[in-house]
Design a protein around this ligand. Structure first.
Ligand SMILES: *Cc1c(COP(=O)(O)O)cnc(C)c1O
Length: 434
């Protein structure tokens, strides 16, 4: 009935997630509240891990792209599910290490890692640093030389693949701030330089073509381009890159209009391409990584709010104001992302009332969704915004000094707090008196 399998309606007409009544959760923990269904997360991790067994004889590893939602409990789940981890900052690395995540299975990304972040990663014995540019390559080599270390690296390549998605979340084309371009010869020159350096060891190439992608074809094309490049490297230098990281980007369902392909279909099509290209170029089949973020946590999560003011402007629209907003979900303001909104305490009724959901921040653009149909709400009702597990908490801010909501993990009818609600004291804990 609602977008994702973990959602249902109970006898009271209340929306449930993971067998828990959302109205009860809102009462118990207060709102705004992020809720995640643990089983959905674990099952998705398992599906990816199994897919590697089926299509690569187990010679590959899915890395959870923790920028989608980074906290200790999520790192612990990823660890238990035998995933690797992708981090993009010292903070995400610190979170992973604090959760006891095995460092050798962590990849460190980013187009402008700082000197301190690089030192932190090297000192932590991190599995791989994904080098984005020549400045970084040279800085990293000199850091490792000083520490008398050899760091395994990957290099981020722009395969020149155009994925049909929003321009802010599209990254594989030549005009992107991420990585080395193939077309200009920049990538091969950088690879040749990396091979010569003494304190880095190039074992892997990486690409990531974008996010929320539904087509299989751009992933296949990217894999082929990357395999061809590994072939070129071998032909020009004799050097064999043995690992290939194909990034994340698998689409999820935000509304009933979205129709993502089963992840195993991508895996199968890409595996066929990788195997065929390995044979064509006389290369060993590389160890393959993927980096799903959104697809691990996105559909597993919802956000609960309490309805405050309902303001009807005759012949214009009805604004329904909630107790959160762009501070906990900036995606509509940033990319006009579509969401499904449900009046959670009246989830058994037909949604037939068109509203615009407004946040409480001091910005006219602070909207969660425009012209969406829900059951007519009154102040005090509980609203649920669906598929908010990815890029909501992780992009949240304290704009207007609004404390960040807590995260509750639900599982077969039980609930557990995994991130506490911020308090007003938390908000001023770094403030110093004049
Ligand atoms: C954002 C990102 C991911 C995750 O993308 P999703 O669309 O969330 O799967 C993976 N790898 C890299 C390098 C990224 O920047």
């Amino acid at each position: 009935m609602f977008v994702n399998d973990c959602l249902n309606v109970n006898k009271k007409g209340h929306l449930t997630i993971g067998g828990c009544d959302t109205v009860e959760l809102a009462k118990k923990y207060g709102t705004p509240l992020y809720v995640l269904d643990e089983n959905v997360i674990r099952n998705t991790c398992k599906a990816y891990v199994d897919s590697f067994k089926r299509h690569y004889d187990g010679k590959g590893l899915p890395l959870y792209a923790s920028k989608a939602l980074s906290c200790k409990a999520l790192c612990e789940i990823a660890k238990e599910e035998k995933m690797g981890l992708d981090v993009v900052s010292g903070g995400e690395l610190y979170t992973a290490i604090s959760a006891g995540f095995p460092v050798e299975k962590i990849h460190f990304h980013g187009n402008n890692k700082t000197y301190d972040e690089l030192c932190f990663a090297v000192d932590s014995n991190i599995g791989k640093i994904v080098v984005d540019n020549l400045n970084e390559l040279e800085t990293l080599d000199s850091i490792c030389a000083k520490k008398n270390r050899v760091q395994k690296i990957s290099m981020r390549i722009k395969p020149g693949v155009d994925a049909h998605t929003h321009s802010f979340i599209k990254t594989g084309q030549i005009d992107s701030k991420f990585g080395f371009a193939l077309e200009t010869g920049e990538a091969i020159d950088a690879v040749k330089e990396a091979i010569e350096l003494k304190n880095v060891e190039l074992t892997e190439l990486h690409c990531h073509i974008g996010s929320q992608i539904f087509d299989i074809e751009p992933f296949v094309t990217a894999a082929e381009v990357m395999m061809d490049f590994i072939g070129t490297i071998k032909d020009e230098t004799g050097y064999i890159v043995t690992e290939l990281n194909l990034g994340g980007g698998f689409g999820i369902k935000y509304t009933d209009k979205d129709n993502p392909t089963a992840y195993d279909n991508y895996m199968k099509a890409v595996s066929n391409a990788v195997h065929a290209k390995a044979e064509e170029h006389g290369l060993p089949v590389p160890f393959v990584y993927i980096e799903p973020g959104r697809s691990i946590v996105g559909e597993a999560g919802i956000t609960l709010y309490t309805v405050g003011a309902v303001k009807t402007i005759p012949r214009v629209r009805t604004y329904v104001s909630i107790d959160g907003g762009m501070c906990d979900n900036i995606r509509y303001a940033l990319y006009q992302s579509e969401y499904t909104v449900v009046t959670a305490n009246k989830a058994d009724l037909e949604p037939d009332f068109v509203v615009t959901i407004a946040g409480k921040c001091c910005e006219s653009g602070d909207l969660i969704q425009e012209n969406t149909k829900i059951v007519e709400p009154v102040p005090g009702d509980t609203l649920a915004v669906l598929s908010t597990g990815a890029y909501n908490y992780s992009m949240s801010s304290n704009y207007n000094r609004i404390p960040k909501p807590p995260i509750v993990l639900v599982n077969n009818g039980s609930d557990k707090l995994i991130v506490r609600r911020e308090s007003y004291e938390d908000l001023i804990k770094n403030d110093l008196d004049l």
